[in-house]
Ligand binder design. Structure first.
Ligand code: GUN
Length: 278
């Protein structure tokens, strides 16, 4: 019988722990405020931003919202970030991605002060993560490590296969798993013999952005499967990258979509905001 890894429940436990930390910090006069910037009206981004603001409210972190128009130019956004970098009353800055196409995302990420980079996307944060120094960790992969640990899944010595090589999930996932002493293989759209590789995984982490791409035939009996995919089907229903109903009975544990990795990303953002105050 497989276990469903309940990201909603685990993220709630973490938010409750963080809420206590925030109230202790508040007693010593330390307050946290997160600036959340959205450019344009991408509906998925609007949902994520709303969920992040709600989580801030729950944990006791003030969130200051900047919703800019799709036509905002690069210079305006750079100026806003520089203003926020200089403000003592703002500890964290988050720019929701993707940005409108005319913007240079790399420059925007580099403009955020590394001390306020609660997404962990700045090259300074990425460098620290790669060499194992303390710093802001990217929220989705950090959330996956936390999910595995809190579900009692041992990582050390396991063969983890990461499907996908994005800067936000796949690449940092590789480093965080290595840090936990896993053996890691990263596969992607150009990988040959994909199924042969995924079938070797003790822990399979799927972040390819293709609805229900991974069926039971890609999975080793008893593997742990983490589904990072958030796709909408023609009826606007959320679908993961894994065909859950077919895959689940072959696993020992699996995350659902929704209610798996998604809520953990937000819990880790809250954790980074609290690190930013410390
Ligand atoms: N877009 C998709 N995931 C993320 C994330 O974790 N942070 C930000 N800022 N944008 C995203």
């Amino acid at each position: 019988m497989y276990k469903i890894i309940d990201g909603k429940k685990i993220s709630q436990e973490i938010k409750d722990e963080l809420k206590k930390e925030v109230s202790v910090l508040a007693k010593s006069g330390k307050k946290a405020a997160l600036a959340v910037i959205q450019a344009g009206d991408n509906p998925a981004s609007s949902t994520y931003v709303r969920n992040k603001q709600r989580a801030c409210e729950y944990v006791g972190i003030e969130s200051v919202s900047y919703h800019l128009s799709e036509e905002t130019n690069q210079e305006e956004l750079v100026r806003l970030i520089k203003d926020l970098n200089a403000r003592d009353d703002i500890q964290g800055i988050l720019v929701q991605l993707p940005l409108p196409e005319h913007m240079d995302e790399d420059e925007i990420i580099r403009t955020i002060s590394p001390e306020k980079d609660v997404d962990g996307f700045h090259p300074v944060s990425v460098g620290k993560m790669v060499i194992g120094q303390p710093g802001f960790l990217p929220c989705t992969p950090a959330g996956i490590i936390e999910l595995l640990k809190r579900s009692g899944v041992e990582i050390a010595g396991k063969h983890c296969v990461v499907l996908g090589r994005s800067n936000i999930v796949g690449k940092p996932m590789l480093h965080l798993l290595l840090q936990e002493d896993a053996t890691v293989t990263v596969a992607h759209s150009k990988t040959k013999n994909l199924k042969e590789i995924t079938k070797q995984a003790d822990i399979l982490i799927v972040a390819i952005g293709k609805a229900e791409f991974i069926d039971a035939s890609y999975i080793k009996e008893g593997a742990v499967v983490i589904d990072v995919g958030i796709n909408r089907d023609e009826n606007n229903k959320l679908k993961g990258d894994v065909k859950f109903d077919e895959a689940a009975p072959k696993t020992s544990a699996i995350t659902p979509v929704p209610g798996g990795v998604g809520p953990m990303t937000i819990a880790m953002l809250m954790r980074n905001c609290i690190s930013a105050i410390r």
